[in-house]
Design a protein around this ligand. Structure first.
Ligand code: ZN
Length: 244
């Protein structure tokens, strides 16, 4: 099976459409989304419709949970809070129902999907300590997965652990070795923060044991116009061009 892994779509319709176009050309069997489908940008319902129609397996992100009314935005900065309250107002019943049913974690065969950290969707995996903590949670005989796919930071990353030693292995392609565990972030579709404004995703090929990272250009100015006409903060439009 070839699986496309997307994260942090954040209601960016133009980026999602560009990513899906590329995914369709890459011969993929399955698409999974690791949370934050909404928030920040201006097309939450349209993006959720595409994910629903395409049978994408999703887990919930912190923005999704607040937008659906499951949680309040206690850990959100003011920009994120303003956008998530706007999103709450926009969500159709169908969209809300979809978000309310999503699990926090999901294991498919030998990979695990979660948004922020294992057992904590709000916690970032940024430092080596965060990585070590997640590998600890990821160990143990009850864990049958060997890859954890996560998002939340909006920054592509690939970490591996072998006999207690952790290393970063981010290249365009990561060949997966046996007897290792991996924590891998595809980067963000709808609001990249690694300085590259192009939409990010990855393909995991189970037979080839290979992960390949991709970037796709999309119509940023169209998305920015929609953010501004929706009355969302200007900085949310500007940051898309910076990839920050
Ligand atoms: Zn996010």
């Amino acid at each position: 099976m070839r699986i496309a892994v997307i994260a942090d779509v954040h209601a960016n319709l133009e980026a999602l459409q560009a990513v899906f176009e590329r995914i369709r050309a890459l011969n993929v069997d399955e698409i999974v989304s690791i949370g934050d489908m909404v928030g920040y940008n201006a097309n939450p319902n349209e993006c959720l419709d595409i994910l629903l129609e395409s049978n994408v397996s999703c887990v919930i992100g912190n923005h999704d949970a607040v937008a659906a009314g499951i949680e309040e935005p206690v850990l959100f900065n003011s920009l994120a809070r303003e956008a998530v309250f706007w999103t709450r107002e926009q969500l159709t019943e169908k969209s809300k129902e979809f978000l309310l049913k999503l699990p926090r974690e999901k294991q498919i065969r030998d990979f695990l999907l979660f948004h922020g950290s294992i057992r904590d969707q709000d916690r970032y995996i940024l430092s080596r300590d965060d990585v070590a903590w997640n590998f600890r949670l990821f160990a143990g005989p009850e864990q049958t997965a060997f890859i954890g796919f996560y998002g939340h930071t909006h920054i592509p990353a690939a970490w591996t652990e072998h006999q207690g030693v952790i290393s970063a292995t981010l290249q365009d392609e990561v060949a997966l070795l046996s007897d290792r565990k991996y924590l891998i972030n595809p980067g963000s579709v709808g609001q990249p923060r690694d300085g590259d404004p192009r939409a990010a995703f990855l393909i995991y090929d189970e037979q080839e044991r290979l992960v390949v990272f991709y970037r796709v250009e999309y119509d940023i100015s169209k998305c920015q116009d929609k953010i501004l006409s929706a009355g969302l903060p200007m900085l949310l439009a500007e940051r898309l061009a910076w990839g920050k």
